[in-house]
Design a protein around this ligand. Structure first.
Ligand SMILES: [Zn+2]
Ligand SMILES: [Zn+2]
Length: 53
């Protein structure tokens, strides 16, 4: 997942939220559970200047 890697590039750690794109890929949940960044990650990325919805 490219957005996941971009999140790390921005300094975001892996996330515990199941539906979050920053969830640890090693947990092997189906990808369709990841609907986007969770509110915590969005907040972080916004503080880094990312333009998120
Ligand atoms: Zn990761
Ligand atoms: Zn998250």
């Amino acid at each position: 997942m490219v957005l996941h890697e971009l999140g790390h590039t921005a300094g975001l750690p892996n996330c515990k939220i199941k539906s979050c794109l920053m969830r640890d890929a090693k947990k092997r949940n189906p990808f369709d559970q990841e609907t986007g960044f969770c509110s915590n990650c969005k907040k972080f990325l916004k503080s880094k200047g990312w333009k998120l919805i």
